[in-house]
Design a protein around this ligand. Structure first.
Ligand SMILES: Cc1cc2nc3c(=O)[nH]c(=O)nc-3n(C[C@H](O)[C@H](O)[C@H](O)COP(=O)(O)O)c2cc1C
Length: 205
């Protein structure tokens, strides 16, 4: 049976890609085993990167109201994100190394590479029945302070990770509604071109 959030793909797509989506509702009662988290980062580890620099870093925080770091990271989130992300059993701050390890010059591909690592992590999560929602809505300096990120590294996203939960438990109506709305995407013709910009790529030769 298909889930309302599964991709309505026009071409054959791998089931893990089809099934990955980003929930806001997480099951508060279901924790994520440390070994299962390690498998996610193992997937990120094997992502390609420019010059094999691997400019991504991840800081893992378990939901724990007694933890100063966890509370500080939740406080760093925008109001809209705080409305739901505090229920996720795990938050991960993804950080980018801004310069190359080999000569400390600026690494212009660092963000691109970190995104690839996170993409692999999200697909691995799907294969484990886990869900990930990334967030750009947070105060970078507050997140840096919460997790002790040193100079030369820049917070990129905070990921909420856990098992998808009951949308009815979300506090905001717009978030509850979004949880069952079909996912929308541009058509292939809008971003894939055949030899020249604007020339439609057709699957049939
Ligand atoms: C870099 C990045 C930043 C995002 N920031 C937020 C955010 O701050 N808050 C939020 O609720 N969702 C955020 N999202 C989730 C996107 O809105 C979501 O991935 C997009 O709508 C597509 O939905 P899907 O992942 O279910 O396919 C972010 C996603 C990415 C990749």
């Amino acid at each position: 049976m298909s889930h309302p959030k599964h991709a309505r793909a026009e071409h054959d797509v791998h089931e893990l890609i089809q099934q990955r989506w980003s929930p806001r509702a997480f099951d508060e009662a279901r924790d994520v085993a440390r070994a299962d988290l390690a498998r996610l980062f193992e997937a990120a580890r094997w992502a390609p990167s420019s010059g094999n620099e691997q400019p991504w870093r991840f800081i893992v925080l378990r939901r724990d109201p007694a933890s100063d770091a966890w509370r500080a990271l939740v406080s760093a989130l925008s109001g809209g994100n705080q409305a739901w992300a505090g229920a996720a059993p795990v938050l991960v701050l993804a950080v980018v190394r801004l310069t190359l390890e080999r000569n400390e010059s600026v690494n212009p591909l660092a963000w691109y590479d970190a995104g690839q690592a996170v993409a692999l992590l999200t697909i691995r999560a799907t294969s484990q029945g886990l869900s990930v929602r990334q967030m750009e809505g947070f105060d970078r300096e507050a997140a840096r302070a919460a997790c002790g990120v040193p100079a030369g590294f820049e917070p990129a996203v905070i990921m909420a990770i856990g098992y998808a939960g009951d949308p009815g438990k979300l506090s905001l109506e717009r978030h509850r509604d979004a949880e069952t709305q079909p996912r929308r995407r541009k058509a292939l013709a809008d971003f894939v071109f055949d030899e020249q910009w604007g020339r439609v790529f057709t699957p049939a030769s």
